[in-house]
Design a binder for this molecule. Structure first.
Ligand code: G6P
Ligand code: MG
Length: 215
């Protein structure tokens, strides 16, 4: 049986993935760059600056590094404006029940997110005290699909990677989990990812025994 569950944040714990989309869309519209939900799929789990590079593939305009930093900062300002209204009700369906069930079974829980806004978000939704470890975009050099964030989370929990399960809504996150030699569970937008070993539309339907079984 697995000993720890590492949760992605945006799109798994909380609906902030929609805010990321809205903020990038506003920036892209202002810069007259084509952007849609399909391109947005590629940004899930990917760092802010890498996301910007993916968006900029749709334009012939060239930006200096400093301009790119400014664009990323502008997107983050729009995003943080949207975060102001975030609260406990934005926790995705089934999440609180899963966290309770895992706590009851004394399974360790962690966050493994590429987001530098993780601390702010966890506070706003009232989940800043519940996780045994939180590893986020401020602690890593390489974002998903690199396994760094999940390996650091396992280390912080004191659990070997093979005994960890990752829950993800991003293809990049599933890749990262597998690269870390962890079991990958896909929810939401990643539910058609056949590389994951358990796929669900949302966490309301999760079977905790199946989540924790080895393999
Ligand atoms: C998460 C989201 C990505 C986002 C990244 C960085 O992984 O899925 O869409 O780009 O975090 O977020 P940040 O809050 O640091 O801009
Ligand atoms: Mg996500």
């Amino acid at each position: 049986m697995k000993e720890a569950v590492i949760f992605d944040l945006d799109g798994v714990i909380v609906s902030t993935d929609e805010y990321h989309y809205k903020a990038w869309k506003k920036l892209a519209d202002e810069e007259d760059i084509y952007f849609d939900t399909q391109i947005n799929q590629k940004l899930r789990g990917v760092s802010r600056l890498e996301s910007l590079e993916i968006i900029l593939k749709k334009t012939n305009k060239t930006y200096t590094e400093e301009e790119k930093e400014n664009l990323a900062q502008r997107k983050n300002n729009y995003y943080r404006e949207l975060l102001k209204s975030l609260n406990h009700e934005d926790i995705l369906p089934g999440v609180l029940n899963v966290l309770d069930a895992l706590k009851e079974k004394r399974i360790k829980i962690a966050i493994g997110s590429s987001s530098k806004n993780t601390g702010t978000i966890l506070k706003k939704i009232g989940l800043d005290k519940i996780f045994n470890a939180v590893v986020d975009g401020n602690q890593i050099k390489n974002s998903k699909p690199d396994p760094e964030v999940f390996l650091l989370a396992a280390k912080a929990l004191g659990v070997e990677p093979l005994k960890c399960v990752v829950i993800e809504d991003a293809d990049a996150g599933i890749k990262a989990a597998l690269a870390a030699e962890m079991k990958a569970v896909a929810v939401g937008d990643a539910q058609s990812n056949m590389n994951s070993s358990y796929r669900l539309s949302d966490l309301t339907k999760i079977d905790i025994n199946k989540l924790l079984e080895d393999g």
